[in-house]
Every structure is written in C-alpha cells, then in structure tokens.
Design a protein around this ligand. Structure first.
Ligand SMILES: Cc1ncc(COP(=O)(O)O)c(C=O)c1O
Length: 430
C-alpha cells in the first residue's frame, strides 16, 4: 500500500514559497517553535509519530518499541477481543455509518444501548451520545446558555469547554485553578446580574492530575442557584472503587451534578462524547444542540465498542485498581527522587514539572532517543515557565518501566540543560 500523502506532510510541513496569513500565524504556534528549536539541534520532529499497532505499555514506531506514556487507554481495554467481536458483529448488521443525523433517520439500536448502559452505570435519568468529545462540550454549552447567562469555569478547563462558553455568548469568567474561594468571590459579585449560571470543571484535571472539591462545588451551586457541569474525560474509569468517576470518589449523589460529561475516546476506547443528567435537559439537547441535530450519529460500530468497553469495566473492577496502583507508584517513585509532580494526586495523569518550554522539549526528545515516549506540554497549554512532561498511566504499565523512565528523566535533565545552553550560545536570536 502506498504511504498516505498526509503522513509525510505531517512530519515535514511543506514550506510555501509565498508567505500566507496562515503560515504567518503558524509561526506563532508553540508546536512549530518546538519543532524548529529541535531541528536546529538535530532533533527529529517529535509530533505525529506514526505507530503501526495498538499502543499499550509500549508503542511501536518505525520498527522500535518505546515505553509509552501517551495513551488514554487507562484500563488497558483497547483491542480487547470482545470489543473486536462486538464491532465485527455490529458492522455486519449496520455497516460502518449511521448514515444520517440521528434525529432524521440515523438512530440505531447500538446508540440506544450505549446511552442506556451509561445511565445505568452513572445513575442518571438520561444520556445523549455525540459524535465527538470536543464537540460535545462546544455544542452543549453553546446551545444551553446565552447572552443573559453566566459561565464560570476553572482556569485550566479544557479548550472545548472554553470554546463552548465563548460560543454561547454568555458572560464568561475563569476562576483560579481549583479555588472554590475564587469561584465564590465571582458568584458573590456576578451571579445576581445573570439569568442562568453554570459552574464548569473537570473531574480530574488533564494537565495537573488533580481533583476538584466536588462536594464544595455542589454546595456552592445550590447556594447560588447555578448548574454544575463536570467533564469526566479523565476521571471516568479512573476514580472511585468501580471507576464510576468523581461521584463515586466523593460519594456524592449523581443528581447533584446537572451535566455529567465525558469523552468516549479514553477509558471507553471509542470516539465521541456524552452528556448524562436529567431527562428534560437531555431531551432538550437531543432536539436542539446543533452538534447533535446537524451532525451524523456516531458510527454504530463505535457505539457497540463503547458499550462493550463499559461492560468489561463493570465486570473487571481490578483494572481500575491496576491503573490506580501504577499511577500511585509513579507519583511516589518520582517524588522519592525529588522530581516536581505539581499537584498530581496519583490518578492516571502525573506531570513532571520541568519549567522552561525549551528545556521540556529537549528533555522529551532525549527520552525518545532512549526509548521512552512522553509528550512535552508547554505554553500556551500551560503558563510560561510551567512546562512539563505529561505522563499518562495505563493499567497496562509496569513498575519496572516506571522506574526505568524516572531514572532516565533524572539522568537526562542535565543533558537537556546542556542542549539549552548550547542552543542559546549558537542561536542568540532565539
Ligand atoms: C478534559 C477533556 N475534555 C474533552 C476532551 C475532548 O475529547 P475528545 O478528544 O474525545 O474529542 C478532551 C480531550 O483530550 C479532554 O481532555
């Protein structure tokens, strides 16, 4: 089979002869800067590495296995034979496409089965599954709220939540990361001026690996007559004894949160997103949210994959214990070696805070050369000076790999610093 054109494009973006507005804008992207800095130091492009099989504890790239810290497959379910079987059987019945928006001809049995399975698991009245996780947040917030409303979201809330808040036209403020005090200050001063208000947070923060104080957020939402939306992209399957997420972790009543959101692309090994909550809200979304009404239904095969993944999660809670154990092990081992893990609490996401973007990029590149695959995160995804290597832990990961990796991080830090110094000396222009 010929190599797809896009694969090579992704590795070495073509330089157009004329500078267009887009190429000018691209020069400002931090990813491009990272590639450029790396290239000047003889490092290959660290992005769009193409693996040729499912990524587990290791990822296979260009004929070599790398210890893998870049998978969302938290419970090591992706590629499970039961899922493959369910997908094959579903494809035989439905093909691979829903064929239309669910509202007008695209509704299929696997959609309903998935939504019902999610309601049963989460303890909610109803659920709507969308075709994309990112679009779930954008369209839900964009549709439910309007110019007379107020959206208060955590400063580190995911891009999709911020985009949805913008789209809604509501007044929007971000409160300091994980600070219920700052949120309350905003509620006191702003709430009364608006009709509806929604507080938006993640269940497990994707950059820091810490958990918000959900019981306090519930108190505040009740006290100030607001709604509460929790994005469980990273907490579903990870928090709580049975992986039921942040509600189980804090033992709160699921009905105290108005909009439970998660992607289907992480623990549930598919693609898409859902909103679970009260029936009236979910039905309103089903008849009105543009990202649902004017978009095709998710492929029935994906719905079947997610339902099967959920079945495996429910049947095998030991997977949840495994991801919790390896995450805790990673955190404690890193801390015992004096590394800065920020506010991570030891659940699936553990950053190692490295500071400057430059340094972080070089460190990640050096680790890749040593057979370790971990992505650097730098400004604007996090504040300048708070660059980090973000480690995603999976139930598939081993203690030996964790020790090897952290020892390598420590050994490579002085080498990465030497690269920064050399870069600065050779490229005083920046
Ligand atoms: C917190 C959060 N919400 C939403 C999304 C979007 O989900 P998806 O990638 O499934 O579109 C992500 C993606 O990583 C995320 O981290």
């Amino acid at each position: 089979m010929n190599k797809p054109q896009s694969a090579s494009d992704a590795k070495t973006p073509e330089q157009p002869t004329e500078t267009t507005n887009f190429t000018k804008a691209r020069a400002k992207l931090s990813f491009d800067r990272m590639i450029e800095h790396g290239a000047k130091m003889g490092m290959p492009n660290p992005l769009f590495h193409c693996a040729d099989r499912a990524a587990k504890a290791t990822i296979h790239i260009d004929g070599k296995d790398y210890i893998n810290f870049s998978t969302y497959d938290y419970l090591d379910i992706n590629g499970h034979p039961e899922i493959t079987e369910a997908v094959t059987a579903t494809a035989k019945v439905y093909g691979t496409s829903a064929g239309a928006s669910r509202l007008v001809g695209g509704e299929r049995v696997p959609h309903r089965e998935l939504e019902q399975a999610l309601c049963d698991f989460l303890g909610t009245e109803d659920c709507i599954a969308y075709v994309s996780g990112h679009a779930t947040n954008v369209t839900t917030l964009g549709f439910l709220f309007g110019p007379r409303d107020l959206i208060l979201h955590d400063n580190l809330a995911h891009n999709s939540l911020a985009q949805g808040a913008r789209l809604s036209g509501a007044t929007r403020f971000s409160y300091q990361h994980n600070s219920c005090e700052d949120l309350e200050r905003l509620l006191k001063t702003k709430r009364a001026e608006h009709k509806n208000c929604v507080i938006v947070t993640e269940g497990l923060f994707s950059m820091d690996g810490n958990i918000p104080d959900i019981p306090r957020l519930i108190e505040l939402k009740k006290q100030y007559n607001c709604m509460l939306m929790v994005d469980e992209a990273h907490s579903l399957g990870v928090l709580g004894e049975h992986g039921r997420g942040v509600a189980e972790y804090f033992n709160v009543d699921p009905s105290d949160v108005d909009l439970w959101m998660s992607t289907l692309s992480k623990t549930l090994c598919g693609c898409g997103g859902y909103i679970a909550g009260r029936r009236d809200v979910v039905q309103f979304l089903k008849y009105g949210a543009p990202g649902f009404v004017f978009s095709v239904g998710m492929p029935p095969v994906i719905a079947a994959a997610c339902t099967t993944a959920l079945k495996i999660l429910r049947r095998e809670p030991e997977r949840v214990k495994r991801v919790q154990h390896i995450s805790r092990y990673f955190l404690e081992y890193a801390q015992s070696k004096g590394l800065n893990t920020g506010e991570a609490q030891g659940y699936a996401i553990v950053p190692i805070i490295t500071g400057e973007s430059f340094f972080t990029g070089f460190l990640s590149a050096r680790l890749f050369q040593r057979g370790i695959y971990v992505m650097p995160i730098s400004f604007p995804a996090v504040k300048e000076g708070e660059g980090r290597l973000r480690f995603f832990l999976s139930a598939a990961q081993t203690e030996e790999n964790v020790r090897k990796t952290i020892d390598a991080v420590i050994e490579e830090m002085p080498e990465a610093q030497k690269m920064v110094d050399r870069y600065r000396a050779e490229h005083p222009e920046g």
